[in-house]
Design a binder for this molecule. Structure first.
Ligand code: MRU
Length: 341
């Protein structure tokens, strides 16, 4: 399986997701500012993966800051990383976790404190892989044998430390011997479906068919699709789900056609501070992502553009939320709390 992100002596190494599938190039971020830029520019993306990247960025920052100025600088390092992308709550979850470890080990000698911060970031990475495999086990039983699974965006190994959430469910179902193939929405405008999901599934030899986003309704109506499985960037206390733009349309069309719509996400994606999805901040990205494809303009110069990177799917469209602790169903306000413990 592809290595999305790793801690090395040279820095934080990530596969550059802006270049896939044309090129498999690994970049090394040598400072926390470089990690922040990699998250902002989507060299690394996907909610759990950016959480791991932020944790490693903080560890890098702590490594490189002289002991005398560390207390003053630590807040700035965390703020820089927190300011990269607003929607995926895993980013803030990972930063909070690193802050707690920093605070509770502040009395250690500087070298030991640094080692402790690196160890925590590496632990977050390894835990994420184990969590995704557990999500896969819980989700695999829900996937109907002999049918097509529709997914949107990339919630795979590339979007996590490894294995993936939605693609983890698919991987686990295939490993359990189910005969399934995958329809991947191309996921305009950043093309995570065509560039990343199809590439990733091809690496594993899982049959993947690329469709444009506006074909999803057509195929959902035809009866060939057994279920939809997507990831999430943030899930409110009531089970409303923020995920890649276009997810909401797929969810509505799935319900209209009585096709189960599953969301696969770790517990760290739940945000109990937000009562409903209306409170989830939605990232707005550059107009050029919509007006250009690979640097080539596809709209007249000066075209007005909206580019929300995520949308919110109300909980009534969600059949179940698959976590590492089990599967939550409506009413989500109770079932999610119970699973989170
Ligand atoms: O803008 P992106 O590519 O970071 O958006 C990613 C998604 O929307 C994923 O579906 C989500 O983060 C879950 S990844 C396991």
């Amino acid at each position: 399986m592809v290595e999305t992100i790793q801690w090395t002596d040279a820095g934080v190494v990530m596969i550059d997701q802006t270049r896939l599938p044309r090129e498999e190039k690994y970049v090394t971020c040598r400072t926390y500012e470089e990690v922040a830029e990699a998250i902002r520019s989507m060299v690394i993306r996907g909610a759990p993966a950016i959480g791991v990247a932020a944790a490693m960025g903080i560890a890098l920052g702590v490594m490189q800051t002289p002991a005398e100025t560390l207390d003053a600088k630590f807040g700035e390092i965390c703020e820089t990383l927190a300011g990269t992308r607003p929607t995926a709550v895993n980013l803030f979850w990972a930063i909070d976790r690193m802050k707690k470890v920093f605070a509770s080990h502040r009395d250690l000698a500087i070298d030991r404190l640094r080692q402790r911060m690196i160890a925590e970031a590496q632990k977050i990475r390894l835990e994420d892989i184990a969590i995704n495999m557990a999500i896969g086990r819980h989700g695999a039983v829900l996937v109907p044998d002999g049918k097509t699974v529709l997914t949107h965006c990339n919630a795979g190994a590339l979007a996590t430390a490894g294995y993936g959430t939605a693609l983890g469910v698919i991987r686990a179902a295939v490993a359990a011997g189910k005969k399934i193939d995958v329809f991947a929405d191309e996921t305009r405008p950043f093309m995570q479906g065509s560039r990343l999901t199809v590439w990733e599934l091809q690496q594993d030899g899982i049959a993947a068919t690329l469709i444009t986003d506006n074909m999803a309704g057509h195929f959902l109506r035809q009866g060939r699709i057994g279920c939809v499985v997507v990831g999430a960037d943030r899930i409110a206390a009531n089970g409303d789900v923020a995920n890649k733009i276009g997810t909401y349309s797929v969810a509505v069309l799935a319900k209209e056609n009585q096709i189960p719509f599953y969301v696969a996400a770790p517990i760290s994606t739940l945000d109990f501070k937000l009562a409903t999805g209306d409170q989830i901040p939605i990232e707005q990205r550059a107009a050029s992502e919509v007006t250009h494809v690979s640097g080539v303009p596809i709209a007249p110069a000066g075209t007005a553009v909206e580019n929300p990177a995520f949308d919110v799917t109300p909980n009534r469209y969600v059949t179940a939320i698959i976590t590492e602790n089990g599967v939550a169903r409506a009413p989500f306000t109770e079932s999610l709390r119970k699973l989170a413990g």
